[in-house]
Design a protein around this ligand. Sequence first.
Ligand SMILES: *Cc1c(COP(=O)(O)O)cnc(C)c1O
Length: 496
Amino acid sequence: MKNNRLTPVEISKEEFKKIGYQLIDSVADYLHTVHDKPVTKGESPKEIQTILGNATLPESGTPANELISRTSDLLFNHSLLNGHPKFLGYITSSPAPIGALADLLAATVNPNVGANILSPMATAIEKQTVKWLAEFIGVSPNYGGILVSGGNMANFTAFLAARTAKAPKAFKEDGFGNTSGDMVLYCSKTTHTWIEKAAVLFGHGSKSIRWIATDANNKMNNEVLISTIEADVKNGKKPFLVVGTAGDVSTGVVDNLSGIAAICKIYDLWFHIDGAYGAPAAVIPKLKKLFDGLEEADSIALDPHKWLYSPLEAGCTLVKNPQHLIDTYSSHPVYYNFGDADNESSLNYYEYGFQNSRGFRALKVWMALQQIGKSGYVSMISEDIELSELFYQEAEKHPELEAVTQNLSITTLRYVPVGYATGNNNAETYLNILNEKLLNVLQVGGEVFLSNAIVFEKYCLRGCIVNFRTSKKDIEEIIAIIVREGRQLHHKLQEK
Ligand SMILES: *Cc1c(COP(=O)(O)O)cnc(C)c1O
């Protein structure tokens, strides 16, 4: 090190190697023993607080090696391990190991991917990542876009682009001051909560959301969509956006996307698809038909940190005509000197979304896409779906389980004690209580992690497999765990 300034932040080359190798050793150990650990120890916030301690802000420094080993211990031994093969909760994947190395590399070089001049290679890599993601899900590689922190941000980013595209020309200057207060939007009842945040965040208010009823298959009812749009137009409202869902968060249902696309054409509305969870499944040849219409969307949100197994955080907004992002997000303050915006060669991501300084989250996605390849993803995603189908079938076969739904890689089911007559009100009330308590027991038990869904008013256990470590054996064991704990809980509740 040529630098002769001594600072407390610097780590000598020898020291860095030593503690770096140590860390890599413990990461490798972790990755190869995760299946032997409990998914969670179920420690309470109070217990966690005690383990962490409540020291005040450190006045002086701690040696890096001590810090690394203590921190590894805290995290490896007191975390909920979503890399565990029996973690099937919410929609969080086991993270691809290459992502951990990619993040190390990204943090080392630390490109600011807000401006091309600050991140020449990283900007090019992000651009390629966006193009590959478009190819992955089977839409034109001419879609442009940006990597963001996750599904919510990906949807927000598209929402505002839709608003800019469909609002009166002067909206960016006038805001809601003039006539645009009557702008309304449409989505199915199953749409994720981001839509409410967006309506509030961008000033439309939650009443601007038209929650369209679902049909018998839990897809948005497109007939109701049409009649609702027509009623709004008649009443002087200004429809601007329809949101279709490609894999709803509770049960994995994909809306009739090509039907929605046709409706958007007729009424000149922006068609956004929330594919945060499900869009990657469009890569499976057998499922192509289910995703018909994806390629017609004006914008698509997807979430590499879900079914592309990227470590948190990575989301992506794709826009058919990326100029809409620039129209929405570009501004040129005097203190920026990031080159000629008309020059195609200088792509500045600060003009594509909300963030200014931006990290290099594209790298872990880009590296995983190459390490795994499209065919590797096709087999992993297919296997996740097959395991979810197995989960459903095993539940269906079992006399004490009721299989409720199965779509993409999400299965919902519930525990029903032997001889229980379902359907009458008292029985249903009891089953809802029983299954909610059962979920709580399972979630802290550490053997398996499931989440819940309410389906047709039934409180269900829900398993979502975006987990390349889950195997058939895990599914069989999970079935046995649910039944064992269900029985025990039922007996306990009967004794009271
Ligand atoms: C997960 C999910 C979101 C939110 O994504 P985050 O990455 O959690 O912000 C939005 N929509 C759908 C359909 C999802 O599955």
